[in-house]
Design a protein around this ligand. Structure first.
Ligand code: S3P
Length: 171
């Protein structure tokens, strides 16, 4: 449609498996903004996959790289940004996000997320663990942080298309 693109970055936050990347890409199309995926940018910068970074360098180094990538993307021109589920843990990232972006917490039932992430094995934090139990622990630690987002959108167990509409409505 003909409305001008927003002049702020839209940062999608929330747990892994909630649909940030898929929904973000579609949202970007609808808003006429470029799309960036935080995890992919980290992978491109490191020349290896997220799993490989965790395995060979450890989580702390991954987090440091993630914070650098987040700052670079958030300080650039407006985009739709799918963040990694742990990006907001970093206080600097939260601060630059507050300043530069409209953050949107995509929230869904943990059972729905567990069912989605169970189908792939790309998430080092879930490796070898019961997905639902691991997600419960992440949720307990992170929901208070995600709650600092500017907007919260319940994407429930709905389709990605429905999530896009729900976010557009909330913006
Ligand atoms: C992580 C989420 C992942 C990825 C890494 C760590 C987390 O991103 O950054 O595996 O700490 O929640 P997605 O949320 O895109 O799966």
């Amino acid at each position: 449609d003909s409305s001008p693109p927003p002049n702020r970055t839209i940062a999608l936050v929330g747990l892994m498996g909630v649909g940030k990347s898929t929904v973000g890409r579609r949202l970007a199309q609808r808003l006429g903004l470029p799309f960036a995926d935080g995890d992919h940018e980290i992978e491109a910068a490191a020349g290896m996959s997220v799993s490989e970074i965790f395995a060979t360098r450890g989580e702390a180094e991954f987090r440091a790289g993630e914070a650098r990538v987040m700052r670079r993307l958030l300080e650039g021109p407006p985009i739709v940004l799918a963040t990694g589920g742990g990006a907001m843990i970093n206080a600097d990232t939260r601060a630059v996000m507050k300043r530069r972006a409209i953050s949107v917490w995509m929230r869904a039932d943990l059972t729905v997320i567990a069912e989605r992430v169970g189908r792939r094995d790309t998430r080092p934090l879930l490796r070898g663990r019961d997905a639902l139990q691991a997600l419960r622990e992440l949720a307990e630690a992170r929901y208070p942080i995600y709650a600092e987002a500017d907007l919260t959108v319940d994407v429930g167990g709905g389709s990605h298309a429905q999530a896009v509409e729900a976010i557009l409505k909330a913006l």
